[in-house]
Ligand binder design. Structure first.
Ligand SMILES: Cc1cc2nc3c(=O)[nH]c(=O)nc-3n(C[C@H](O)[C@H](O)[C@H](O)COP(=O)(O)OP(=O)(O)OC[C@H]3O[C@@H](n4cnc5c(N)ncnc54)[C@H](O)[C@@H]3O)c2cc1C
Length: 484
């Protein structure tokens, strides 16, 4: 009676039905499915999701459960260390096979390897797939087989592998095990992922629809409106010029293969007037995501250890007040403060201002990049083990393909260049909204009359800069230079 034994489908960061190779393989067995999600904050080394990501996960799991219900099934949620749970469920349900899509951080890989060998030892089939990347980290290597440390040759080698695999359609019909009795299954609300007291998530709710349908809508909107012009506009935080797909990609509501092929199709059909340069630039950003995963796979301690160990001797400053001012968007530098408040309000920040705000923390304030990485981890809806760590190390100058340490963003010039009319600052730092564009990025240069006319009292309604730019730049050059 093997035909009636169920197949377990273990959802992780692949919360979708389309282009889901594990789902396809499970369906292909012809056996009834049991779909599960394990909320695991107990396994060794696994990092707990931050607050914003937990909020997202709640919506994402509810949406996946609703999609499965439309097909006559459900998502069964469990809580605890994944390995014993999966092994127990496989036995209790008499499953013939367990399917999942791979993750690439070291703790997850260790868990998955242990589960696979335990299941196989018991004669239960266990199969994993690539659901998250265009090309998996070990498939892109230099001539000598060594991992890449620099983006451009990495991306050249990845592109030389040819087009990524075409995305899979969502199965038309799904057959579920009629009455799976899963000991230990909990209700989604039992995970307490949503903030209640206080409920700080209203800005997140207003900004996002965490679901596969939300991802499709965001992708379509981007392809119709913003892929054309992406190469020129992507650095402008005052324009809605990027895809805002990062949380959808992180949680796997969408795969990069779907994004890749949908972008090409939009251009081919004329639905997008994007140029080759737009498409190439957009694809290369997906390439940075691939590169970050490549780095994390080959350097599992990316979020905790300087990639270049000479920076271990860095005399980072302990300055709780400055750290708090940065976190709260009260540094006195409008572009930095706008960025940090956008993050707090929406769980997302534009890439240009991520770089400026991160650089300010590390270079101007000389605060350890790991403090910033942790804050982003807690507040970003797209907080991602690979992208966050690799990007922080890039900005800090401690990373593999790092910006050189002497590249120190001037927050005033960055603001004037990328937010020329001050619209971004006006939106997120409303107390400065009435300042003219030429002063909005440096309110301390305004005359008392102008400040008074704009209703700004520096040091009261808006802070004075917490550090003077030129002095901070010199201090950073000395500190970083001593280690170079
Ligand atoms: C300090 C810092 C921390 C960051 N932390 C994260 C993080 O935790 N999670 C995260 O997804 N991205 C992170 N990024 C990368 C980048 O800022 C975001 O991916 C991007 O802003 C998301 O917006 P988007 O979807 O509109 O991007 P688009 O410009 O539309 O790009 C499309 C996709 O490509 C990927 N991508 C784009 N830029 C990068 C990049 N520089 N590195 C890696 N992937 C990229 C993302 O998946 C993104 O959704 C960080 C960048 C910095 C400087």
């Amino acid at each position: 009676m093997t035909g009636s034994r169920p197949a377990l489908l273990w959802f992780r960061e692949d919360l979708r039905l389309a282009d889901n190779p594990a789902l396809k393989a499970a369906v292909a067995t012809g056996q009834p499915l049991i779909c599960i999600y394990v909320f695991d904050v107990e396994s060794d080394g696994l990092r707990s999701p931050g607050g914003a990501a937990r909020w997202w996960l709640h919506g994402a799991l509810a949406a996946l459960d609703a999609s499965l219900k439309e097909h006559g099934g459900a998502l069964h949620i469990l809580r605890g260390a994944a390995a014993p749970i999966i092994e127990r469920l496989a036995t209790e349900t008499d499953a013939s096979a367990v399917f999942w899509n791979r993750r690439y951080d070291a703790p997850s890989r260790a868990i998955d390897a242990a589960i696979k060998s335990a299941l196989k030892a018991r004669g239960i089939d266990a199969e994993s797939f690539n659901g998250a990347l265009l090309h998996e980290p070990w498939t892109v290597a230099g001539k000598s087989g060594t991992p890449f440390r620099v983006f451009t040759p990495f991306w050249r080698a990845a592109c030389a592998k040819g087009e990524p695999a075409a995305p899979l359609k969502a199965p038309d019909t799904l057959v579920f095990h009629p009455h799976p009795k899963l000991a230990g299954a909990v209700a989604l609300t039992d995970l307490h992922l949503e903030p209640l007291r206080p409920d700080w998530a209203s800005g997140l709710r207003a900004s996002w629809t965490p679901s596969e349908a939300g991802a499709r809508a965001a992708l379509e909107h981007f392809l119709r409106n913003n892929l054309a012009g992406y190469a020129a506009n992507r650095d402008r935080p005052d324009m809605a010029s990027t895809s805002r797909l990062s949380p959808f990609l992180h949680f796997g509501h969408l795969s990069p293969r779907q994004v890749w092929y949908a972008s090409q199709a939009a251009v081919a059909s004329g639905a997008s007037k994007a140029s080759c340069a737009d498409l190439e630039k957009f694809f290369s950003e997906l390439g940075w995501r691939e590169f970050s995963y490549h780095l994390l796979f080959h350097h599992p301690d990316l979020a905790t250890d300087n990639f270049q160990s000479r920076f271990d001797a860095m005399p980072w400053r302990q300055d709780a007040n400055a750290l708090r001012a940065w976190q709260r968007g009260r540094t006195g530098y409008p572009i930095v403060d706008a960025a940090m408040r956008e993050l707090w309000a929406t769980g997302w920040m534009h890439n240009r201002t991520r770089m400026v705000a991160a650089s300010f923390l590390v270079k101007h304030l000389l605060i350890d990049w790991r403090e910033g990485e942790r804050w982003f981890w807690d507040t970003l809806v797209d907080a991602d083990a690979a992208n966050n760590a690799a990007s922080w190390q890039w900005v800090a100058g401690t990373g593999a393909d790092a910006a050189p340490y002497f590249r120190i963003f001037n927050p005033v010039l960055q603001g004037e260049k990328f937010d020329p009319d001050g619209a971004y600052v006006r939106r997120w730092v409303p107390e400065l909204a009435k300042l003219p564009a030429m002063l909005i990025h440096k309110p301390w240069k305004a005359t008392q009359d102008l400040l008074a006319a704009a209703g700004v009292r520096l040091g009261e309604t808006y802070p004075q800069p917490i550090i003077e730019h030129e002095a901070a730049r010199k201090r950073a050059l000395t500190a970083f230079g001593a280690l170079s």
